[in-house]
Design a protein around this ligand. Structure first.
Ligand code: ADP
Ligand code: MG
Length: 404
């Protein structure tokens, strides 16, 4: 079912209203507590500008890290306020609480052209428990609700789902809207060949994706540590490579059903996993991984094979790096596929990158702008692709004329 978004509200609906916006400012912090990367703050600017331009007064709720229901000073959202003020060019007031009289008063004191940022919602145990009493207190902070926290939308938490039980209208912000459009296009993937690249570490977390895409993709390219588990399922020795023993049986099942649509690496870059030194790495065929070494990247022949398939695709989805890309020398496979994906895009392909590490890999390769869409939500984008909806989306107002 389609959901109502900010632009669907009737004219004047925001004027002099307190607009409670759930954002995802779960930003990385430096060791001295400054915002290390403002990407997630910038991603909310279209929504906030739209609200401000229409006379609305944004009251922002977000979580940061995992304080587990307690006040953890190093996880305060305070450092976000000046960064947001700089990006937005308007005053941003910060109040160090969320469900208090002080926060409520601050929301009522807000003037047009100002923003209020409240403290980390996860300082309260009721947030992740989706406590209705807390949700109701959150709801008092606004006159309507906007969810623009795509990265948190797979969580049935009080500030994402519970709050909508007490506050309407409840609509999607533009970041959420844009993500849903790109990911639902991808889920339907009408244009073939549809190629899916899966890598990274955890099969257990990605079973849903594997199932969905094994049924729909024309080619499923497996790399990264995920390929180690699949290769192990074919019976070859993987030395000291990261292999998920618990998932080997499952990988064998996928191999049996995937047929020739499932592509595994034919060669690998191996090295001592303790040193992970690229100078002492070697390239080996997949059936010749030395017992004392680990596979840390896909090899050159695999790079070329996978690259060719990606360049000829009409639709590409990529989740999970092809190797230990954070370590210099083992990013080659990931970068090569990022280039192939960019080439596919330039030739008219529709290409989407999902997953936290995958997004950071494509940024590192300097190719974020050269693909169709980089999803800001790690777990949320993968769950949406697998399930077709998310708890925080279900909780929003249905769009006019959409079927249940
Ligand atoms: P995403 O966040 O995009 O969903 P994952 O979290 O599943 O991706 O996986 C990313 C991690 O997998 C990275 O830290 C990367 O270094 C690691 N990785 C990928 N390939 C290998 C490998 N061959 N050996 C060890 N780690 C790997
Ligand atoms: Mg990750």
């Amino acid at each position: 079912m389609r959901r109502r978004n900010l632009a669907d509200l009737e004219p004047g609906a925001l004027d002099e209203r307190r607009v409670l916006v759930r954002v995802d400012y779960n930003v990385p912090l430096t060791s001295d507590g400054a915002v290390a990367d403002p990407t997630r703050i910038r991603a909310t600017l279209p929504t906030l500008r739209f609200i401000l331009e229409r006379g609305g007064r944004p009251v922002l709720l977000s979580h940061l890290g995992r304080p587990k229901g307690k006040v953890v000073p190093s996880l305060s959202l305070a450092p976000v306020a000046p960064v947001l003020a700089g990006e937005l060019g308007v005053p941003v007031r910060f109040v160090p609480s969320t469900d208090t009289e002080q926060a409520l008063e601050a929301s009522r004191d807000l003037r047009n052209g100002e923003v209020l940022l409240l403290e980390n919602t996860r300082f309260l145990p009721g947030e992740t428990a989706n406590d209705p009493a807390l949700a109701e207190r959150f709801a008092r902070l606004g006159d309507l609700f906007v969810n623009d926290a795509f990265g948190s939308t797979h969580r049935a938490h009080a500030s994402v789902v519970g709050v909508t039980g007490y506050l309407r209208p409840a609509v999607a912000g533009f970041l959420v809207q844009r993500e849903l459009e790109a990911l639902s296009d991808l889920r339907q993937a009408r244009r073939g060949p549809f190629v899916v690249i899966l890598g990274g570490a955890k099969i257990a977390d990605k079973i849903g994706l594997l199932e969905v895409f094994l049924a729909r993709a024309d080619a499923l390219l497996i790399g990264g540590a995920m390929a180690n588990t699949f290769l192990s399922a074919t019976g070859v020795g993987m030395g000291r490579s990261l292999v998920e023993e618990d998932s080997v049986t499952l990988a064998a099942k996928f191999l049996a059903t995937g047929g020739n649509r499932l592509h595994l690496p034919v060669d690998l870059v191996v090295a001592d996993p303790g040193a992970a030194n690229a100078d002492q790495s070697m390239i080996v065929p997949v059936d010749a991984v030395p017992a004392e070494l680990a596979a840390l990247d896909i090899g050159p022949e695999t790079r070329d094979d996978f690259g060719t398939i990606v360049r000829e695709a009409a639709t590409v989805f990529w989740n999970g790096p092809m190797g230990l890309f954070e370590t210099p020398g083992f990013e080659t496979g990931t970068v090569a596929l990022a280039r192939a994906t960019a080439d596919c895009t330039a030739a008219g392909g529709f290409t989407v990158i999902g997953g936290g590490d995958s997004a950071s890999a494509i940024r590192k390769a300097g190719l974020s702008e050269a693909v169709s869409h980089v999803s800001t939500g790690g777990g949320a984008s993968l769950e949406y692709l697998a399930e077709g909806t998310l708890p925080g989306i279900e909780a929003l107002d249905p769009a006019e004329g959409s079927e249940a």
